[in-house]
Design a protein. Sequence first.
Length: 147
Amino acid sequence: MTMFPEADVPVVQLSLHHSLDPAYHANIAQTLAPLLKENVLFIGSGGLVHNRHEFVRFGGSVLTPDAWAADFEELVVETLARDANDGGNAERLAELYRHPSFRQAHPTSEHFLPLVFMSAMGSEYEQINTGFQWKNLSMAAFRFWSA
């Protein structure tokens, strides 16, 4: 309602599968991707980097991000930018699950999976927000759209 206060916008919630397998979710995204051409809006929410066990809850955005968090965020942004918009981003993002820093950046993967899902739709994208809160909570956000 905040985004479209005058519109009658149907909403369908898609749940994450208990396996949290990125390839499984990428396949669902690719199946649903044709709906983008029918002006269906998909919103994926999660966190690019977050480790709540290592948050510093006071200081907000004035704290310098943890080096490991900033490095992992940079790795994700570079992964998205590599051969941007060729439809292979979901596979490259899924490869990050095996990166040595992944478990520190994501003790559980359900907050990273929406990015894999959205990138699997083969859409173009742009980064629309940056910054960190609490030393390792990335506020990076991306907008994807149909080419």
